[in-house]
Ligand binder design. Sequence first.
Ligand SMILES: [Mg+2]
Length: 371
Amino acid sequence: MKITSVEPFILHVPLNTESISDSTHTITHWGVVGAKIVADNGLAGYGFTGTHAHLPSDRLVTSCISESYALLLLGEDARDGDRLWLKLARYPAVQWVGRAGVTQIALAAIDIALWDLRAKAAGLPLWKLLGGATIERLEAYNTDIGWLSIPKDKLVEGSRRAIEHDGFRRLKLKVGHADPAIDIERIEAVRKAVGASVSIAIDGNGKWDLPTCRRFCARAEPLDIFWFEEPMWYDDIASHAALARSTSIPIALGEQLYTAEAFSAFIGAGAVQYVQPDVTRLAGITEYIQVAHTAHSHRLPVAAHVGDMGQVHVHLSYWHPATSMLEYIPWIKDCFVEPIRVDGGHYVRPEMPGAGCTLTESAVSSYARPC
Ligand SMILES: [Mg+2]
């Protein structure tokens, strides 16, 4: 299965709503930036990373794909997964300018496309190719009701609807106001509306510092918080370890970590209890597998970040034995030949061959931007 072409692409997909905000970001579009890899058997694999749809930044990624990695792949056997991953990840000239950031997410897109291609060639969905589903049903937790940009009354209304009407049992609320008392009030209002049996996690998106987090956690602990996600700056291992020692609320993080080594450092320091790898920020599925296995060997649960590549995370979550739930944010579901579906608070297991990344012609023609 020789690789005959590697074509980069950029899609800017409008959100289902006007805009969304967490403590750090506000976006109106989502960037689907990646590569289509074609083999001599006629099959095409799709892989991409997620961006904030900022064209100059997106072009850094596609330039890395087309001008650095593509030439290393042409003529290679697409079935040689680990060998090709190493060839690209350790290519001296590229490694020299980035073991994280642009070169890493460009490699993520390529690695995912190669897995998509191999799964299609095998005639199997990715979860089956990896070893089969280890759970009957993958629970979805709803983050889409909890954006920071949603006023408190709408937050309560949406939370109630998600539980009573849509069948979710788990919610995640964004936090990170300049005055954390506002966040406490919002969580209290939702807890009161949905009752004690609903799981409520929170996500700070790296906004606060250690003293703020400690004061906040002391007030939030009685509200039965399932986890506190990204409470502080993404790379700060020491502060997360200190917070983990001082609060009973479990710490979750990982969506902003670029390497398996970064995960190992957080796990080794006791700074994380829920491990949240993102296949598009790590160097693809190949490195995600390393991280998930590492977490599992420490008996830590894995809950993949869904925002950037939901459909691949559905496959990985059905497969990996450390995972029982996955975030739900339905912002780019209209792009795929096999759309992501949630029914009664659970993900419908994908069944088409591949990793679920094949884009529809209409998505490509509607949302494409020049690379
Ligand atoms: Mg998050």
